[in-house]
Design a protein around this ligand. Sequence first.
Ligand code: SF4
Length: 261
Amino acid sequence: MPRPDPTSPAHAPTTAQRVVAGLSKVALVFRHAQWAASRERGLTPTQAQILAVVAGNREPRGMGVKAVAAQMAVTMATASEAVGALVEKGLLRKETDEADGRAVVLTLTARGGREAARASEWPGAIVEAVDAMPESERATLLRGLVGMVRSMQERGMVPTARMCVECRYFRPNEHPGQAKPHHCQFIGAPIGDADLRLDCAEMEPTGNDADTPTRARLWEVFVNGQPLDQYGPGRNGRARPGVRASMLRRAVSESLKGTSS
Ligand code: SF4
């Protein structure tokens, strides 16, 4: 019996399916690294992630269990169970929310803070594999991942990410033909695809006032390779005055030099 031709349209997996097959291999390594690292410290991967999420929280009021569950895209029951275990292990504390006496916020103990720092480290093997790619391919991969995360976010599959492509300071394609064609108004400097952020602490959502482009418009011009000409932003290349301290700008600028997220 003749063997099916794997390249014929009837048998070949689609490009999307092959991309997902590749991602699943990366996910396998990721999960293995997470299990190995957390088991070594007597934690489950969920518990380790909760520590990292609480450590990364920038809301002044702190995070409750509900916010943790939303951030990690897990059920309340899963988050509650893991939080309870972390409290028992002396890594998390439950405190009463000063603004709402009935609510509880989670804070890290000193030991929890140290564990959170370790839990936030990326699996070395995957970082090395990405580092081994040529810069241009890394930038293309990052750009593609940004699109995927945005698409999954729209479907409610992942929590909202603090990405450049949804940020009021982002000006796509302001410097056509340059190695760094985009512009971050917050730091007042050009950025390239390799600098795109998926979790920027300084990100502010776009489209919340008449002064900024809508989310959809920002994405459209980013993908189509045109600048946001009708808004004329980025032309001045300056961050919005009086909004941020220069110290924070330097922090973003420094982290963009060694973009990792
Ligand atoms: S680097 Fe941060 S502040 Fe600048 S455009 Fe990207 S998300 Fe916004």
